[in-house]
Structures are given as structure tokens and as C-alpha cells.
Design a protein. Structure first.
Length: 478
């Protein structure tokens, strides 16, 4: 998610003179740095390295945990941060016995609604006035790069730098940092982490990372550092690549079988203080425990042993836009590749078939799904559609699009008419098209086909879609 010299030339002229008076001013300025054309040739660490040097290399002023993966890296990062927070353990370089809860930074991307989601401390967004001042502080350094040998940084790179500067200024105990894309050449890979986590490897962003699992695994493995422990849930051919990279870097490798609780708990990292299966199953929807297993393995590798109560508190925290039931049987999930869709399908099946895990009154004998879907260009959206329709009792498909600006450009949504055409040609399902995602949601909630007692309204296909429609229920505070 970076902008190279060629894209810099095609970028709109940025307004470099004014200061910021509001969140909107900051957002508009940042969006000047989103490339109009983005290719894999523009990946690299030169621009982010140059920018961070101008800012005093803040990434070297806190202890970090770096997380990559095709699916679940955001959720895993979220749960690691929560476990660190509830465990009340400060890092070894800064013992803060009298301070109470340690400061845990969390950097995730993309954001759903508010840019500040990318730079959280203990689950709280940076205050608005601090955010504005932070970007004002970075602005001169960004502008000075215009005539440099590396060129202007990208939107993503500026926000990575802002997150790192914020964490350094706030003197966080730990910073949990999610990779944006790939790993080896991602802007976050300037870190020298204490721990690396690679959740899994699948086919996503194939036009950038490669069309084979082994190639993608090599990119993910690029975050492995010399002697730094690696926790992974990777399997198959991709695991061979991860193992070889860890061996070359002399990095201890902790493998967790996330497909089986019992096998996972036999992993060396769980010895002496194993995570009981019942704790995972006591949290909402046991299948979502895949990322929780990795998160727990990560903190154990750090030598931190949270209590059962602390684990339950951390794992009961909800991650917005992921398996989120925002209203009775209205589910928002930002699944944006085939692996994520498979997770989502299994989660919904578990929700509707296991009475113990039900939180709402879906009739388990006869229930249907109304799909509201939109996809980002470049994704294998037809495969995602196939998986959803073939594995869930879908009664209607509502094709729409998001208008949100992505890290890789504007107008990135697949035309909903194209989605509807595919559904109609391959499946005998009622299909409707809306060019506005909010209109799609309102129409669905008011439709006779939707009954919260027997119907699940599922919004999925893109985090950008989820972030956009989530404002129907919760408006941002800026």
C-alpha cells in the first residue's frame, strides 16, 4: 500500500500551505497521497524509512509485536493487545509497577470509519485534537520529501509513521502492529520486533504478491527477523517456506495447530500453563477462537501468563466489523477473500445450529440469509459469491458498492450490476441492485423478506463496505 515515484508524478497537487482546523481537513490532505495508479513495483521501504528518519526514528523507541497473514491478522493483533492490557504486565525495559494498566498501542488497517482507528492505545482512539496536532507535526517532513530522491510518501506510509510517532510520544509499553499488505516490503516492516506472528497463508492480492501460496508465504516470511521468535498457524506448503526462513534467521518457531484445540494445546508454548478448551468455548462462538489461540500463544511466548479471568475478559472483547452482530441477526463481517468467507460461513453455521451459542432467536429448523455484498476490484469475488450461496440458505442477494476511499485509490468497488449479472446467470435467486450501500441496508431492513426471528441479514465482501454501512448504526465522533 505504498506510492512510488511514478505514481507520485500522477498524484493530484497537494495543498501544502494551510494548517488543519478539523478532522475533515486532515482527511482531505491525507487523501492527496492516495495513488491514482498503483502497481506492485511501488512496494518498498525507502520512503517510509526516509520519513521516519526525518521524524527521529520513532519506531525504535518502543517494543513491538509484528503480525502478518492472509486472514485473521487484524483479529489476532486485537486479541494480543487485549491480553497484554488485561495482564497488567509492562515490558522489561520500563517497569511501571505503580502505574496500573500498561499502555498497549495497536495499529491496524484499513480503518472502518475513522482514520484514528489505526492508532489506538488500550482500545481508545487518539483524541481528535491530538490527532490533528500529530499530522501537523508530520506535515513538514512529508512536504520536504517532494524533491527528495525517494519522492513523496503514500497515504498508508504517512499513517504508519503517524502511528509510530504517536506510540513513541505516549511511551507505550507494547505496540502491536498489523502488516498492511504482504510483509517483506510493507511499510510496517521497518520495525525490529520482539515477536513475530504469521497467522496463515492463502491466495489474496495475487496480482501483487504472486499467484502461488509459496510466493505469498515468502512475502509474509519477510517480517521474520534474526533471532526473533515466530508464532504461526501456517500449514502445508506455506509452512515449509516459513520454516526455512526461520531457520535461516535462527528464529525460534512456535507452530500452533489452529484446526484442533487438543492438538494446539499440546504445542510446546502451552506447556506448564495450558489454555483450557472450556475458556475458548466460553467466549462467543468457538470457531472464532482460531485467532485467540494464536494470540494466547503469542503472549505465552513473551513469558506472560494471564489468569483465566484475564483471558476471558480479553476474549470477550468484540472487534468491530468482524463477526459483529450489530442488531438482532444483522451481521457485519469484512470477509474479503475466500479463506475469510469460509471462516464466516462456519461461524454462521455454528451460530444457528448450536443452541448454547445462540444470542438471538433464529429458528434453527428453518432460517434464511439475505446477502448484502460489495467487493473491491482485484478480488476473486465470484469465488466468494459461490462459497456464500452454495453453503448458506441464501434467499436473496442485494448487490451494492462502497464509495469509501481505499489506501490504494478511489472508485475501487466492483460494479454492483456486474455482481447481480453473475448471480442471476448462475443461481435462481432474487437479486436487487443498489448503487448506495446505505440505501441497500435501509431497504433490506424494511423488506418483507427480512424477519429477524428467522432471517440473518449478512453484510460482507469488504471491510470498506462494512465500515461504510456501520455508520447506519453508529456515527463517528469527529
Amino acid at each position: 500500500m505504498v506510492l512510488g515515484p511514478q505514481s507520485t508524478k500522477r498524484m493530484r497537487t497537494a495543498k501544502f500551505s494551510c494548517m488543519f482546523e478539523s478532522y475533515v481537513d486532515v482527511r482531505d490532505w491525507l487523501e492527496n497521497f492516495i495513488p491514482q495508479v498503483w502497481t506492485k513495483k511501488e512496494l518498498g521501504l525507502e520512503r517510509i524509512g526516509y520519513l521516519l528518519k526525518l521524524l527521529g526514528n520513532p519506531q525504535n523507541k518502543f517494543i513491538s509485536i509484528h503480525i502478518a497473514g492472509t486472514s485473521g491478522k487484524g483479529s489476532t493483533a486485537f486479541y494480543i493487545a487485549k491480553l497484554l492490557e488485561v495482564s497488567k504486565v509492562s515490558n522489561v525495559s520500563k517497569v511501571s509497577k505503580g502505574r496500573g494498566t500498561p499502555k498497549i498501542g495497536l495499529h491496524i488497517s484499513p480503518h472502518l470509519v475513522d482514520i484514528r482507528e489505526r492508532m489506538q492505545i488500550n482500545g481508545k482512539l487518539i483524541e481528535l485534537n491530538k490527532f490533528i496536532k500529530l499530522i501537523e507535526e508530520i506535515k513538514p517532513a512529508v512536504e520536504s520529501m517532494k524533491n527528495s530522491k525517494v519522492g513523496l510518501p503514500s497515504y498508508f506510509e504517512i499513517l504508519v509513521a503517524a502511528s509510530f510517532l504517536y506510540f513513541a510520544q505516549e511511551k507505550v509499553d507494547w505496540a502491536v502492529v498489523e502488516v498492511g499488505l504482504g510483509g517483506r516490503l510493507d511499510a510496517t516492516n521497518v520495525l525490529n520486533p520482539t515477536l513475530v506472528v504469521i497467522t496463515n497463508v492463502g491466495l489474496d492480492h495475487i496480482e501483487i504478491l504472486g499467484n502461488k501460496v509459496e510466493k505469498i508465504a515468502k512475502e509474509k516470511a519477510g517480517i521474520i527477523k534474526s533471532g526473533v521468535p515466530v508464532v504461526t498457524g501456517v500449514t502445508g506448503k506455506a509452512l515449509v517456506i516459513i520454516e526455512e526462513a526461520a531457520k535461516q534467521k535462527k528464529a525460534p518457531l512456535i507452530k500452533v495447530d489452529t484446526q484442533s484445540y487438543k492438538k494446539a494445546l499440546k504445542s510446546e508454548v502451552f506447556s506448564n500453563n495450558k489454555l483450557p478448551i472450556d475458556i475458548l468455548r466460553s467466549t462467543p462462538y468457538s470457531f472464532a477462537s482460531t485467532n485467540k489461540l494464536l494470540a494466547f500463544a503469542a503472549v505465552k511466548t513473551l513469558g506472560i501468563n494471564p489468569s483465566k479471568k484475564q483471558i476471558v475478559n480479553a476474549f470477550n472483547s468484540s472487534f468491530s466489523g468482524r463477526f459483529e452482530e450489530i442488531e438482532e441477526n444483522v451481521i457485519l463481517d469484512g470477509a474479503h477473500n475466500a479463506d475469510k468467507v469460509r471462516f464466516l460461513i462456519r461461524w454462521i453455521k455454528e451460530k444457528t445450529t448450536d443452541y448454547r451459542l445462540q444470542t438471538t432467536a433464529v429458528d434453527r429448523r428453518q432460517w434464511t440469509v439475505v446477502l448484502i455484498i460489495a467487493f473491491k476490484k482485484g478480488k476473486d469475488w465470484k469465488k466468494m459469491v459461490d462459497l456464500l450461496i452454495k453453503n448458506l440458505p441464501v434467499s436473496k442477494v442485494i448487490a451494492t458498492k462502497f464509495h469509501a476511499v481505499t489506501d490504494m485509490g478511489k472508485y475501487q468497488a466492483v460494479d454492483p450490476k456486474e455482481i447481480a449479472k453473475y448471480v442471476r446467470s448462475d443461481y435462481s435467486l432474487q437479486t436487487t441492485v443498489y448503487s448506495d450501500s446505505h440505501e441497500a441496508v435501509f431497504a433490506s431492513l424494511q423488506s418483507k423478506i427480512y424477519n429477524p426471528k428467522s432471517t440473518i441479514l449478512l453484510v460482507t465482501g469488504s471491510l470498506y463496505l462494512v465500515g461504510e454501512v456501520r455508520t447506519v448504526w453508529q456515527l463517528p465522533d469527529f
